[in-house]
Design a protein around this ligand. Structure first.
Ligand SMILES: [Fe+2]
Length: 407
């Protein structure tokens, strides 16, 4: 990875204490996220894209074991050699895998064993960080940073996935209480103008970024305007009430097919009992708040809404320039924002050599880029150059809408 290579010269030997503190904090966060769950909750795979909580807890440990402990900690023995097959996600270069859609069939190993696996890996990682020479530290520090960022990504997935699991249950379980105490007020959006021209996007510098954010490169933009805030539930409801899901003229062909075949009539998790629209959240079913940003729409729905509204989705370059300007509200804390950009390599992109090069690069086909961050993204995890990506029909990610238009 470019970024990893750049960072190799960076970290100095005094960093291990910080690294151990950060390792413990990240590992503990995953365990804290699982704490409200019953063992039965942690095994369910509600659709092929969803992974059980237990699998996430194990797979993030497998990542450290495979890419750091086995190659770099002398005398390290795998906790259980069978886990290499069970908890490998998609790395062809490191061996076989249990099929993704069958992760929910893994009743064994049980939660207690996965807990012991986590402790084993965290303890060994502490030993690795504390005991190694300056020379080795420079080699492993970028991989540790990658492992921590990887685990933070899975922390978001744990919440995305358990929301989908709970949504299937007629009891509509509450994962955690809502901390918002009063309804929001939606202001009219400001339309912020940007002059365009020859600009630069992408990661540069010494801080961590995933390889897909590099290299920084030039992009030409025509002048454009972008909404200061996200599209609200109330605005999306107006689209529904105007026949948005029944009028083919707003939809891309693939999107219209998805509406028909999957019988979409509203965002995922919206329901309309007799008392009016409600939305399933991590705090259970709540009445739809018209001023909150709409979430759990696919790229196709975001695009159709934009066409209905007489606007369009921003490209990822437009989004990044606008976010860096500091003029956007709700840039990274509410909902990921679908962009009009297909997920592909930046000019000059080079994945890392070896298995770790499979992290991002091989998914650069058939997916759209989302920018920003959302309410379940770990604090400090995302940044303006961050490129999230999902297939255009995906609705279980926290995808929302920000509109743009030509100036
Ligand atoms: Fe992973």
């Amino acid at each position: 990875m470019d970024t990893l290579a750049q960072d190799k010269a960076g970290p100095a030997r005094e960093e291990p204490d910080t690294a151990v503190t950060r390792l413990r904090a990240v590992r503990r966060m995953s365990e804290d996220l699982a704490r409200p769950l019953l063992p039965e909750d942690m095994v369910i795979q509600s659709m092929p894209d969803v992974s059980p909580t237990k699998w996430h807890l194990a797979h993030t440990s497998w990542f450290f074991e495979t890419f750091l402990l086995l190659p770099f900690l002398s005398g390290y023995r795998a906790f259980d050699p069978a886990y290499a097959h069970l908890f490998n996600s998609y790395y062809e270069a490191v061996g076989t895998r249990h099929p993704r859609p069958s992760r929910g069939l893994l009743s064994r190993p049980g939660i207690a064993e996965i807990s012991a696996y986590r402790q084993h890996v965290t303890g060994a990682m502490e030993k690795l960080i504390a005991g190694e020479s300056e020379k080795l530290w420079r080699e492993i520090a970028p991989l540790i940073e990658l492992g921590l960022n990887h685990e933070e990504q899975h922390q978001e997935l744990i919440l995305m996935d358990i929301k989908h699991v709970f949504a299937q249950n007629p009891l509509k379980p509450v994962y955690r209480a809502e901390n918002r105490t009063k309804p929001r007020e939606a202001k009219a959006p400001d339309w912020i103008g940007f002059p365009g021209g020859l600009i630069e996007i992408g990661h540069a510098g010494s801080g961590f970024a995933f390889d897909n954010e590099s290299p920084r490169h030039k992009v030409w933009l025509e002048p454009f305007r972008m909404s200061s805030r996200l599209v609200t539930n109330g605005e999306y409801l107006a689209f529904i009430e105007d026949g948005g899901y029944r009028r083919a003229e707003f939809w891309l062909s693939d999107g219209w097919t998805a509406v028909q075949t999957q019988a979409w009539q509203a965002p995922l998790y919206w329901e309309k009992p007799e008392t009016g629209w409600a939305e399933f959240t991590l705090a259970g079913m709540i009445g739809l708040d018209p001023a909150s940003p709409v979430i759990h729409v696919s790229y196709y729905e975001a695009d159709a809404f934009a066409r209905w509204a007489g606007k369009r989705l921003p490209t990822e370059a437009e989004w990044e320039i606008a976010a860096v300007s500091g003029k956007l509200d709700q840039a990274m804390d509410e909902a990921w924002q679908w962009t009009a950009s297909a997920y592909g390599p930046y000019p000059g992109f080079q994945p890392a050599a070896g298995a770790i090069g499979e992290y991002n690069g091989k998914f650069m086909s058939g997916q759209m880029v989302l920018r920003g961050g959302c309410a379940v993204t770990q604090h400090g995890h995302a940044r303006p150059t961050y490129r999230n990506f999902f297939p255009p029909s995906a609705r279980w990610c926290f995808g929302g809408i920000r509109l743009a238009e030509d100036a």
